[in-house]
Design a protein around this ligand. Structure first.
Ligand code: MLT
Length: 268
């Protein structure tokens, strides 16, 4: 049965909520350079177990761009969103790739707001000097030639080799419709990200790791470091998915997230 949906246009970040507000809250943080829409194929099913909060970060989807962004400013934006929603309960934060990097920063800056973490196809390392240059090139490419050119450089690596053409077209559309300023700011934010390896051992909230078996951007060897370093964490591998399991294998992704959320009581 479809769950109640509400779009919130009067919050600091444009946000969609799905599900019963009394259920345990889960805050979904999208990857680069896309929007909350990447979660939609899985979110209705997760909403059977949780109150789903799906914002667009500044410069993505329907939230206007800002000139300067950083991983830290995105994390603070999310804390501000929870304040503006009056959501005082600790949330489960589910972040994919850039969203996972933001979730680690959120853990460092806003630990008391977190009940649990779900980290999907993400990274713990700071950018390498060569990587910083590539991120700057991507930012300029977006501003000078548009986001389609950036999308074309990313799309094939972002998905598993057997992806359905409709899913590829959907991801391409999401990447191409992100404003160039959002893509550029996100690329520079990724270039400036902190190293989180030392943080992993300090994570003291229940943590689920979800990874696509065929991820060509953040491969399974990275997931294994997360699993080794985060006390008590568990890794779920989604067969047949690449870097974006909630779009590529939504039912399988939703099932592991729902199972994890079932164990999270809706604290008051
Ligand atoms: C993402 O999905 O957020 C990007 O792949 C992040 C990255 O390029 O590191």
């Amino acid at each position: 049965m479809p769950r109640p949906r509400e779009t919130k246009v009067d919050l600091p970040l444009w946000t969609l909520t799905i599900g019963d507000r009394a259920a345990a809250p889960i805050l979904f943080v999208h990857g680069f350079p896309i929007s909350h829409e990447m979660w939609l194929p899985a979110a209705d099913q997760v909403a059977e177990e949780a109150f789903c909060i799906l914002p667009d970060l500044p410069g993505y989807g329907r939230t206007p761009p800002r000139p300067e962004c950083s991983i830290a400013s995105y994390a603070d934006d999310l804390a501000g969103l929870l304040d503006a929603m009056g959501e005082r309960r600790p949330v489960t934060m589910c972040g994919l790739s850039m969203g996972g990097i933001i979730a680690l920063e959120f853990f460092r800056r806003h630990r008391s707001r977190l009940a649990a973490l779900i980290l999907c196809d993400t990274r713990y390392n700071a950018e390498t000097p060569e990587g910083v240059e590539v991120r700057e090139k991507v930012a300029r490419l977006a501003l000078e030639r548009g986001t389609r050119v950036v999308a074309e450089t990313m799309i094939d690596r972002a998905l598993g080799p057997h992806v359905e053409p409709m899913i590829k077209a959907r991801l391409m559309h999401l990447m191409c419709t992100t404003p160039a300023k959002g893509t550029a700011a996100g690329s520079r934010a990724l270039g400036g990200r902190a190293d989180s390896l030392g943080t992993l051992r300090d994570i003291d909230v229940p943590t689920l790791l979800v990874w696509g078996r065929e991820d060509q951007i953040t491969g399974l060897e990275i997931a294994q470091v997360f699993e080794r370093e985060i006390p008590g964490s568990r890794l779920e591998i989604i067969e047949g998915a690449g870097h974006v399991p909630p779009m590529e294998r939504p039912a399988e992704f939703a099932a592991v997230v729902k199972k994890f959320m079932k164990a999270r009581p809706p604290a008051h």
